[in-house]
Design a protein around this ligand. Structure first.
Ligand code: GLY
Length: 404
């Protein structure tokens, strides 16, 4: 009996030490992020003054030459800056961050009419959606609902999906749907809850079901692009656009899938979505080539991993998306499995905080180095990118919530 009690004490003590270490590392991460984000705000204001193109409002990435890339509101990354400011306000509750979040959110309002992008979810949900979640103010809710109505115009009943890229049609594809598009379903699910309009929910479910059916290989890795025949909804081909090859494992795509199906489970409680997220997690985090620090190569099938791994770019953004998604996934499963997901997510955050942060007031104020946006297009390779920072802060907030 005595032995049993001392064994329990040892387990309890080691758990308490782990939680303490996590809390400390989480606090250090927030402290560094706050200073950097202030610098990003300053650099963005400076960049806006210097540019002759006054439509360029939002920071997107650091260019190879070290300069700041600003984009207009129509860019798919335009909502992440406001989203980051809301994430920072959620943590600090300081007026400074709230005021910046509010002003940068309203710069995006016209997006609610933008029917040319499937990425309205990224652009409007991470800004106005987050604003509504945190403040409950009706004005944000109205923009979310109008944006969902606009996004719904891209839904095709034959295919059962929202059309992703219109560009490239019909030379490259007839009706492209990319795995990334799972992320935009949150806007539709939320609009359905806010309005009681079942149509948004049905479209989101239909898109998720088609993706479940057509986007995955037997091992639960995901294709990047599925091209559908709009006449009858059949699959024409499965290809990549941002990965190294059609049959490869583009890391961010796998992260969008895990996060996306976990989020779909939140709204539907359809156990098939939960299982899909679990299977993606199992597939990805048992890859032999996964680096020890859990920050994946940009594509896990880049042949150079075998010969010169140190030269293969990583993708910190994929890692941050995985971490955030895994914290949510951990809330839907049994304790042993939840602990496993939390350990991976904690490990990712620890690595990002310890080894992927730039020195203070460098890298234009971005929080994380080493993301890869579009390797085949030779764009945004091994640089800081805004969505890595957004999901890093979201993951830190989720970690906060789980340790409180
Ligand atoms: N289209 C979003 C991404 O590059 O992941």
């Amino acid at each position: 009996m005595k032995r049993f009690i001392s064994a329990c004490c040892i387990v309890w003590l080691s758990l308490a030490c782990t939680v303490k270490a996590q809390v400390q590392s989480n606090q250090e991460a927030w402290k560094a992020a706050e200073g950097q984000l202030r610098f990003l705000v300053e650099q963005t204001a400076q960049g806006r003054k210097l540019t002759t193109d006054k439509s360029k409002l939002m920071p997107r990435c650091v260019e190879k030459d070290g300069s700041l890339r600003l984009v207009g509101i129509g860019d798919w990354c335009s909502g992440f800056f406001a989203g980051e400011l809301w994430q920072m306000w959620q943590h600090t509750q300081e007026d400074f961050w709230r005021e910046l979040a509010v002003s940068n959110t309203w710069k995006l309002e016209d997006l609610k009419w933008n029917d040319s992008s499937h990425d309205l979810g990224f652009m409007v949900y991470n800004s106005f959606g987050k604003a509504y979640e945190l403040t409950g103010e009706r004005s944000y809710r109205d923009v979310v609902i109008q944006a969902a109505k606009t996004l719904a115009t891209r839904f095709d009943a034959n295919v059962g999906c929202i059309r992703s890229w219109t560009w490239g049609t019909p030379e490259r594809w007839q009706f492209a749907v990319i795995i990334d598009n799972m992320m935009n379903l949150e806007l539709l699910f939320q609009a359905s809850l806010l309005t009681g309009d079942q149509r948004f929910y049905d479209m989101a479910v239909s898109h998720a079901n088609q993706t479940l059916k057509n986007h995955f290989r037997d091992d639960f890795s995901s294709y990047h692009v599925v091209d559908y025949n709009p006449a009858d909804g059949s699959v024409i081909k499965r290809i990549t656009h941002q990965g190294i090859a059609d049959e490869s494992v583009w890391s961010r795509g796998q992260a969008w899938g895990l996060y996306g199906f976990t989020m779909c489970y939140r709204y539907t409680k359809d156990v098939r979505y939960l299982q899909q997220a679990q299977r993606i997690a199992r597939f990805f985090f048992t890859q032999n080539d996964l680096p020890a620090d859990l920050i994946p190569y940009w594509d896990m099938r880049d042949p150079a991993i075998a010969t010169k791994p140190a030269e293969v770019p990583r993708d910190a953004s994929a890692a941050a998306i995985f971490a955030s998604g895994l914290y949510e996934l951990a809330t839907y499963v049994g304790e042993a499995e939840a602990q496993h997901y939390r350990e991976i997510a904690d490990g990712i955050l620890q690595a990002l905080t310890a080894h992927y942060q730039p020195a203070p007031e460098t890298a234009q104020g971005f929080l994380l180095l080493h993301s890869t946006g579009n390797y085949p297009a030779n764009d945004e390779i091994d640089v800081p990118i805004i969505y890595a920072d957004y999901y890093y802060l979201e993951a830190l907030n989720r970690q906060d919530m789980l340790t409180k």
